[in-house]
Design a protein around this ligand. Structure first.
Ligand code: MN3
Length: 245
């Protein structure tokens, strides 16, 4: 996977592979979903294989939750997104981000499933086993300058995640003027959408739908949110930050 991703970091080749996927010649979602183009992370329309086992994030996220979340919930978003793309004649050789930026022009089905697919692709990517710790380098500096301290950022992010009413996501985003901001969105909306209250490029996100934590935490969403820091892959978040600024 790593060498595959490095291969895809070449802009021209990533474009070529995405084009091939669009024609149906390549169907591996691994090949399409995580390239870089124009300095930003791009998302394809198919699920990327998980880079770790369902058991890998235990005890923070239990194996059954991971398996059901990835193979049922997230798979359904990808499948329904594919059907919405066919119905609405979306060119799936182009990044999903293009659709999200203009989501108000599409159906509710596209909004829910395009957002759902994008959000989960990001979520799997910014977590890993043996993770946690704190951000380093430019990201650490930007967090301190934007929030006052790392601890202040943690508090703000946790509050956004804990207080999102019903289902949704909390985010750390880079705004158009390159500032770091914490926000949250309902349902499967995200900050890339033209109808988002707070817009920007997400570099970190937590799924606070009950399906993301209920088997292990039941009603204790705050415990899940607090434990989430143990599985964040800051190196990936940092890559996204650098690509977004
Ligand atoms: Mn989910």
């Amino acid at each position: 996977m790593n060498s595959r991703r490095e291969f895809l970091s070449n802009t021209t080749k990533a474009g070529l592979v995405m084009g091939l996927v669009g024609t149906g010649i390549l169907t591996s979602s691994c090949a399409v979903a995580k390239g870089t183009q124009s300095g930003i992370f791009l998302t394809g329309f198919a699920q990327t294989p998980l880079a770790y086992d369902f058991t890998a994030l235990q005890p923070t996220i239990d194996a059954m939750t991971m398996e059901i979340h990835y193979t049922k919930h997230a798979a359904a978003y990808a499948s329904n997104l594919a059907s919405a793309a066919t119905e609405e004649k979306v060119d799936i050789s182009k990044p999903l981000e293009n659709v999200l930026a203009n989501i108000s022009k599409y159906s509710v089905k596209m909004r829910n499933n395009g957002g759902g697919h994008y959000n989960h692709e990001l979520f799997w990517n910014i977590m890993s086993p043996n993770a946690g710790g704190k951000p380093e380098g430019k990201l650490a500096e930007a967090i301190t300058s934007s929030f006052g301290s790392y601890e202040a950022f943690v508090t703000q992010f946790e509050n956004a995640a804990k207080t999102r009413f019903g289902s949704g996501w909390a985010w750390l985003i880079v705004t158009a003027d390159k500032k770091l901001v914490v926000s949250s969105t309902p349902n499967q909306d995200n900050p890339l959408m033209d109808l988002a209250e707070v817009k920007g490029t997400p570099i970190l996100g937590i799924d606070v739908w009950e399906h993301a934590y209920y088997l292990n935490y039941q009603n204790r969403r705050p415990d899940y949110v607090t434990a989430f820091w143990k599985v964040i892959n800051w190196s990936k978040v940092s890559d996204r930050f650098v690509a977004a600024i």
